[in-house]
Structures are given as structure tokens and as C-alpha cells.
Design a protein around this ligand. Structure first.
Ligand SMILES: *Cc1c(COP(=O)(O)O)cnc(C)c1O
Length: 266
């Protein structure tokens, strides 16, 4: 299946050393805590993913994607034990197809409505023997109108309760924020990013109100290329890093999923 995907040795070396460098930074910032590194491969070719999957020293398994169609196409041609994270803006009508197509979908990190949770739950019921699909509620921690996500407070509580009580094929695993990039860039050494602070406070509030302080608790998914070390310092359990591993991304309209075969060539 992934047999047709050709990996360029030079490219593989570059990717592996970039990932190793990020891993080292994550480990250092985490100072003994467990922090998951999701390699965000959106708009990057399947060969890049396979290179990091196959390398014996890194053995990367967790990859993040932003577009449902792109994720489904890539997942179909890549190994079935890859743990996929859907982290992008999600339309309600894509939830069920996504969850019912991919048994190795590990987490959907961008859930911000009851309807989306319900549809994902329906989709995941196609795989009754798979573990529940992990869900992160995406929060709009910056209050910008352009950002998706729930507002901290009662709406978020209601969504969390819905997932816990009504969605037996889902597991409420944590909270996610993107935050304001500008704010992140403006945050100096030793200063706390306001979005990460809001996410953490909201987690602590929910854990208290819903009595979730057992072994599982709720994890925090925050931190990207620009700010993952600061996020880990503020308690992040999962960072989503793309461009620092894979390099800058092409424009979405220029990207097509393909293996080694150029269109029009044999
Ligand atoms: C693209 C993306 C990332 C990774 O961003 P980089 O800055 O390339 O590390 C992380 N999270 C989300 C939700 C994204 O869309």
C-alpha cells in the first residue's frame, strides 16, 4: 500500500534531524513531564510522513492534519498504525464521514459544537471494537471573531457534559487552543501567553465542576512552532508542530496528495 511511495534520502535526513531537534527541545522544556509531539503534516506529501514513520531513531506515530479530504486520502495510502489527529476547522457534515472512514483516527482537536460531537460519535460507532475517539474541545481563548472555538464558561461546560454523557464512542480528552499568533510573538521571555493562561484556567474550572480529577483529568493541547516551549512551560501536554519540522508550507490551492508519480507521467 505505502509501497508506491518513494522516499528521497536527502529529504528524509533533513526531516529526521529537524524532528530530532524539536524532540530535544520538547524534552528539555518538559523537564520530566510527558508531552506528546504531534507532527503537523498538512499540505506536505505522504512521502514526508512515511520518512518519519519509518526512521528507526524517531519512529514518529502521531501526525496532525487540517483538511478532512486530504487526511482521508493520505491515511488510505499510509500505514494503519499511524495515529491521526484532526486539528483543523471542521464542518459538521464532514464529521461522520471522517470518523467512520478512519479507525486509526486518534483525536479530533477542533470540536466546538454539540452537533459536531454527535456526528463524530455516530461515525465512530462504525468501529465498536476501536478505543473511543479522543476529543479536544477547541476554545476561542483570544475572543477574536475570526477564531473558531467555544467561549470559556457555560457553553464549554455544556459541550463537555454532552460528550461525557451522550457520546459513548468518544472520550473527552482535553482542551485545545490556537491563540492569537500576534500575541504569541509579542510574548517576551518569562512572560505568560494570555491564551495559554485562559485555557489552563478553563481546564481547572471544568475538572473541578465536572469532577474529572481522576487519573485521566483533562489534557491541554497548546503550542505550535512559534511558541511550543513557552506552552510546555505553562503546562501543555501536547504540542502541534508543523513548519519547524517540515519547512514552510505550499499554498493550499497548489497542493495535491500524490505518491511518487507525477500526474500525467507513468
Ligand atoms: C498548522 C497548525 C499547526 C502547526 O503550525 P506551525 O506553526 O507550522 O507549527 C498547529 N495547530 C493547528 C491547529 C494548525 O492549524
Amino acid at each position: 500500500m505505502s509501497d508506491g511511495i518513494k522516499i528521497d534520502d536527502m529529504r528524509a535526513k533533513t526531516l529526521v534531524s529537524a524532528l530530532q531537534a524539536v524532540q530535544a527541545r520538547v524534552t528539555k522544556a518538559a523537564s520530566g513531564r510527558n508531552v506528546l509531539l504531534v507532527a503537523v503534516s498538512k499540505l506536505k506529501p505522504p512521502a514526508d510522513i512515511l520518512a518519519l514513520y519509518q526512521d528507526e531513531s524517531v519512529k514518529q506515530r502521531h501526525f496532525g492534519e487540517n483538511y478532512a479530504q486530504e487526511l482521508m486520502e493520505k491515511a488510505a495510502m499510509l500505514p494503519k498504525d499511524i495515529q491521526w489527529h484532526f486539528i483543523g476547522g471542521l464542518q459538521s457534515n464532514k464529521c461522520k464521514p471522517l470518523a467512520s472512514t478512519l479507525p486509526n483516527l486518534h483525536t479530533v482537536s477542533s470540536v466546538d459544537s454539540l452537533k459536531k460531537a454527535t456526528q463524530l460519535n455516530l461515525g465512530r460507532s462504525s468501529f465498536p471494537t476501536s478505543p473511543p475517539l479522543h476529543i479536544h474541545i477547541q476554545l476561542n481563548t483570544s475572543g477574536e471573531a475570526s477564531k473558531s472555538g467555544t467561549v470559556p464558561g457555560p457553553d464549554t461546560t455544556a459541550l463537555a457534559q454532552h460528550i461525557i454523557k451522550e457520546c459513548s464512542h468518544l472520550k473527552l480528552a482535553g482542551l485545545m487552543t490556537i491563540g492569537a499568533i500576534a500575541r504569541s510573538k509579542a510574548t517576551g521571555e518569562g512572560e505568560e501567553n494570555e491564551d495559554f493562561k485562559v485555557l489552563k484556567e478553563e481546564r481547572d474550572r471544568l475538572v473541578g465542576e465536572l469532577g474529572l480529577d481522576g487519573e485521566a483529568g483533562l489534557e491541554l493541547s497548546m503550542g505550535m512552532s512559534e511558541d511550543f516551549e513557552g506552552a510546555i512551560g505553562m503546562g501543555s501536554d501536547e504540542v502541534r508542530v508543523g513548519s519547524t519540522i517540515f519547512g514552510t508550507r505550499p499554498a493550499k490551492e497548489d497542493f495535491k496528495v500524490k505518491g511518487d508519480v507525477e500526474e500525467g507521467k507513468a
